[in-house]
Write a protein that binds this ligand. Structure first.
Ligand code: PEP
Ligand code: MN
Length: 370
């Protein structure tokens, strides 16, 4: 059972004390308190875990600090919607807002290679009004002999450059909990010129110890990629691991499924699951058209399969786009064949804007549909 307290209920208020005293004496029920920091207000959610079937929802709703009571299913207890359309979605991080309605673009390098390429990319982003990027420093590779990323060594100069070009959030994959500490150190050392969104890659979706470690920290939001060979339900449960440990600033990323049926694309595009994730959970939904499609091939209409897939995702209500770009794809150390060029950026962003506008019009069209 989930109790939503009246907004901005203070911990030292009489209403809070009275409510908690009542809850604490319930037998076989564990009480867990979560603060949800919104841009307008702080919401406190109280989870009652255990023997809650016999509890009288009306009696609990009458407690002075309680605004409403929601009966929750076992799945996605923290991140789930539980048929309550009003549950708050989204969060703010380093001046950027993320929720299930808006849209943020993270275009950038799949992997950091050298300062020239990073700077060229960042300059293109700034010139196009962008405040977010992707830059991989720790790369999980199928082949142990492939480039593994520059790791901690590149972090200080990447963060400094990001700050110089007014980038507020860098999405960066981590494959071990030590990487979080290395990122914190580098941000500290450089005076926090930017922020970082920790990315969990598709190969680590069910690395539960990594998820628990990232869930225990609340400094950085987490972008969780869907596992490419498991069910959607299993990937959503992986996100819940982050939330049960305390970090609810989680974005869920669709990135295609590994199957021969996806050929000649690298993966089979799964963006039809955007509305499903929104229905089941409160997480903003990201799409990664680059790792889904994997090639820069173009259709006779002049548009690449990657921009077509991006459009499909945005028209279906995606809230974030992770897209590989590189100033010189032939020289990229990772995933050059799927990188778009910085000169494609203005058109790409215009296309995204058109599609997002169309999504909003579509939503208005169905607004009275319950
Ligand atoms: C990436 O985004 O760089 C990446 C490796 O993605 P995925 O985990 O989806 O393969
Ligand atoms: Mn990649």
């Amino acid at each position: 059972m989930l109790l939503i307290l009246h907004p901005d209920t203070a911990r030292d208020s009489e209403a809070y004390r009275e409510t908690m005293n009542f809850l604490d004496q319930l037998s076989n029920v564990e009480v867990r308190v979560h603060d949800v920091l919104g841009s307008q207000q702080t919401l406190t959610e109280v989870y009652l875990i255990g023997d809650t079937k016999a509890l009288d929802a009306g009696e609990i709703e009458a407690l002075p600090a309680v605004e409403r009571v929601i009966r929750i299913s076992d799945d996605f207890r923290v991140l789930g919607r539980h048929s309550d359309a009003e549950r708050q979605t989204g969060f703010d991080y380093n001046g950027i807002h993320f929720d299930q309605d808006n849209l943020n673009v993270f275009a950038g390098l799949c992997a950091v290679d050298n300062p020239t390429h990073v700077e060229e990319m960042l300059r293109a982003l700034k010139d196009n009004g962008q405040q977010c990027t992707r830059m991989g420093a720790y790369k999980p590779r199928t082949n142990p002999y492939s480039f593994q990323g520059h790791g901690a060594d590149c972090l200080p100069w990447v963060f400094e450059l990001a700050g110089r070009y007014d980038i507020r959030v860098v999405a960066m994959e981590v494959t071990h909990e030590n990487h979080v500490w290395e990122i914190e150190q580098a941000l500290e050392q450089t005076g926090h010129p930017t922020g970082v969104m920790l990315q969990v890659g598709t190969r680590n979706t069910q690395n539960f110890e990594l998820l628990k470690a990232l869930g225990r920290q609340s400094t950085f939001p987490v972008l969780l990629k869907r596992g490419f060979g498991i069910t959607l339900n299993e990937s959503l449960n992986a996100a819940e691991y982050l939330a049960t440990e305390g970090n609810t600033n989680v974005i869920f990323c669709l990135r295609g499924m590994k199957t021969e049926a996806g050929n000649p694309h690298r993966n089979l595009v799964d963006f039809a699951h955007i509305p499903v994730v929104k229905r089941l959970t409160r997480m903003p939904v990201c799409i990664d058209p680059s790792h889904s499609v994997g090639v820069r091939d173009r259709a006779p209409d002049g548009m690449s399969d990657i921009v077509h897939a991006t459009a499909q995702g945005v028209i279906a209500g995606a809230n974030m786009i992770l897209a590989d770009f590189h100033p010189n794809p032939e020289k990229a150390l990772v995933d050059g064949p799927q990188a778009l060029l910085p000169r494609d950026l203005p058109r790409f962003l215009k296309d995204v804007e058109l599609c997002h506008e169309t999504y909003r019009k579509r939503r208005a069209l169905y607004a009275d549909n319950g």
